[in-house]
Design a protein around this ligand. Structure first.
Ligand code: OSB
Ligand code: MG
Length: 377
């Protein structure tokens, strides 16, 4: 944190769920998604509003959190103290909810809304508030498990033609070696990586070691979501760098991972680690430890996407992330100006106050499937 955050009151909050169809189904080792159902938090106080998006999905397959669970957590435990309490800055607010165990994505959604409010009140962009410097971000794309290798090749070709700087392929046991071989043969110089979403165990060691021959940038989260010790054993037996995703939900997890040698790279998602301010701290610790980091994604709407771009502007984010353009996910995003990829595979970091986005209120209204107000008690 390089700037002081303003102390503000919050008088009202709204919890909303929107549903946006995805342009194509997204399949991982834990399931298939055809819509992005997103929980949004809006806060308002002192005449300034802010909005945040919760990363949680519908099912608890990626993390233990869900959209419905986060809605309850925010309604019952996180939002009430904020709307009935005195003016405070965002760090103080986060201290206020530190007693709540877990529920990182619910906390992060509220924190994003409060940071947006703080930025809009003080005229500062989120990137500026987080200490980011870069004005453009190198972008990659995450490609779900396709029906065939031919379909995968077509998808890769399409994204590379648009300019994406690196390709991430979702994999699982039995859908990995031929996948990597085929894509590598067709695209020899392309920065390429795999993401297993915790689908393997150490019993799959030979299969995982076979991936070393494909010059992958990294393999993301091969083992269990809480298997830091097994990840360390695997990293010692694999040349390809392991990137952790699910395994790191806190600073303590990260310290353990670094001490154990459970990987060499971190995928940072603000939702997974309890907010953008904690995410910036994890970035600092990774930089000190010599771990490159990149910004992951959770198929966010333009709201969460704006926050990801701001986070990715911090100096340690040296690898292209899963920060793809709006049209990779949705026919129509929630923004007046959707995020677009430049031909060189970069996207601009928003410069306006807070998240720096202009909501398409009409689109927001037509995609809303649930709306509730949290009133002061
Ligand atoms: O593991 O990184 C992941 C999407 C949903 C849940 C988990 C993951 C993902 C992605 C997509 O890989 C990233 C994106 O484009 O937002
Ligand atoms: Mg992942």
């Amino acid at each position: 944190m390089t700037v002081d955050l303003p102390r503000l009151r919050v008088e009202h909050a709204q919890l909303r769920i929107v549903e946006l169809p995805l342009v194509a189904p997204f399949t991982t080792s834990f399931g298939t998604q055809t819509v992005r159902r997103a929980l949004l938090v809006e806060v308002e106080g002192e005449g300034v509003s802010g909005i945040g998006e919760c990363a949680a999905g519908v099912t608890p397959g990626y993390s233990s959190e869900t959209c419905a669970g986060a809605l309850t957590m925010l309604r019952e435990h996180l939002v009430p103290p904020v709307i009935s309490g005195p003016a405070a800055d965002v760090s103080k607010r986060a201290e206020g909810w530190a007693w709540v165990r877990g529920h990182q994505m619910a906390k992060a959604a509220l924190e994003m809304a409060l940071l947006d409010q703080a930025g809009r009140a003080s005229g500062r962009s989120l990137a500026e508030m987080l200490g980011g410097g870069r004005s453009r971000i190198g972008c990659g794309v995450s490609i779900g498990i396709q029906g065939s290798l031919a379909a995968t090749l077509t998808a890769v070709e399409g994204y590379l033609a648009r300019g994406y700087q690196r390709i991430k392929l979702k994999c699982k046991p039995g859908y990995d070696i031929e996948l990597a071989r085929t894509v590598r043969q067709h695209f020899p110089g392309t920065p390429l990586m795999l993401d297993a979403n915790s689908a393997y165990t150490l019993r799959d060691l030979p299969e995982l070691q076979a991936l070393d021959q494909f010059d992958l940038m990294m393999i993301e989260q091969p083992l269990g979501h809480d298997d830091l010790i097994d990840h360390a054993a695997l990293q010692a037996r694999m040349e390809t760098s392991i990137c952790l995703d699910e395994s790191v939900e806190s600073l303590a997890d990260l310290r353990a991972a670094i001490a154990l040698g459970s990987g060499r790279i971190l995928n940072i998602k603000a939702g997974r680690v309890g907010g953008l301010l904690p995410a910036a701290r994890l970035h600092d610790v990774c930089t000190e430890a010599g771990w490159p980091v990149w910004c992951g994604g959770m198929l966010e709407t333009g709201i969460g996407r704006a926050a990801n771009l701001a986070l990715a502007s911090l100096p340690g984010f040296s690898l292209p992330g899963d920060t793809s353009a709006s049209d990779r996910y949705f026919e129509r995003d929630l923004l007046r100006h959707p995020f677009e990829l430049a031909a060189d595979g970069t996207m601009g970091v928003p410069t306006g106050p807070g998240l720096g986005i202009e909501l398409d209120r009409e689109r927001l209204a037509t995609t809303t499937v649930h709306l509730e107000v949290v009133a002061p008690n």
